[in-house]
Design a protein around this ligand. Structure first.
Ligand SMILES: [Zn+2]
Length: 216
């Protein structure tokens, strides 16, 4: 039975690496994938991982009908044996419905990869729809770690190293940013709640305010 599978996790949990691994394993068996992505860090029409691997992909546009795109592709006599949708949190809920229809009506497996929640710890609309529709949800096993060493379950947005909790849901940034730019960092829930990024923790450790008071 074809399936809609949602591989979910935080940033840095290896989603795109697994997407590329699935692509590699299937193409090694002679299967041809349709790869969708949106706002990949490597630029338009690319699926890349932090480990440096990259492959070409179809950049999804606002309002694009992914089901119609596949029907059109197949009706031109071109192949697609399965579908990968990376950065699926950025897809619209309707586009997730279209991917479910690809599974049901075209009989193709769809593997969607996405970040579950945004920097405010709210579900992305695309991820919410995947949770609602997926046949199976896999929480990725490659665990990202908070600076404290605990399992990182939350995404923080930072500006100049300071965690922010307001702003647009989608702002392109990276984990390797310079000061005053928008960046992202994964944290455990405790430190996400306390807004304690790695930079904030370092600053607090250096601050005389937190040095122990001499007992005299
Ligand atoms: Zn922590």
């Amino acid at each position: 039975m074809p399936e809609l599978v949602f591989f979910s996790g935080t940033m840095d949990c290896g989603k795109s690496t697994l997407a590329l691994q699935i692509e590699h394993n299937r193409s090694a068996r002679g299967l041809v994938g349709m790869i969708f992505t949106r706002d990949d860090r490597a630029g338009e029409g690319k699926l890349s991982s932090r480990l440096g691997l990259v492959t070409d992909a179809v950049e999804v546009e606002d309002g694009q009908d992914l089901y119609a795109y596949l029907v059109d592709h197949l009706s031109q006599g071109r192949r697609a044996d399965y579908v990968i949708a990376d950065e699926a949190q950025f897809l619209a809920p309707e586009q997730i419905d279209q991917l479910a229809r690809v599974v049901d009506d075209l009989g193709l497996d769809v593997f969607a990869f996405g970040i579950t929640t945004d920097f405010r710890s709210k579900l992305f609309p695309g991820s919410q729809r995947l949770v609602e529709l997926a046949d199976r949800i896999e929480v990725l096993q490659v665990e990202a770690l908070c600076w404290c060493g605990a399992r990182a379950t939350h995404n923080a947005r930072t500006i100049g190293g300071e965690m922010v909790v307001e702003g647009a849901q989608v702002v392109v940034g990276d984990v390797n940013q310079s000061a005053d730019e928008v960046g992202y960092e994964v944290l455990c829930r405790r430190h996400h709640r306390r807004r304690m990024t790695a930079a904030a923790a370092r600053a607090a450790a250096l601050s005389p305010d937190v040095l122990p008071v001499p007992s005299s």
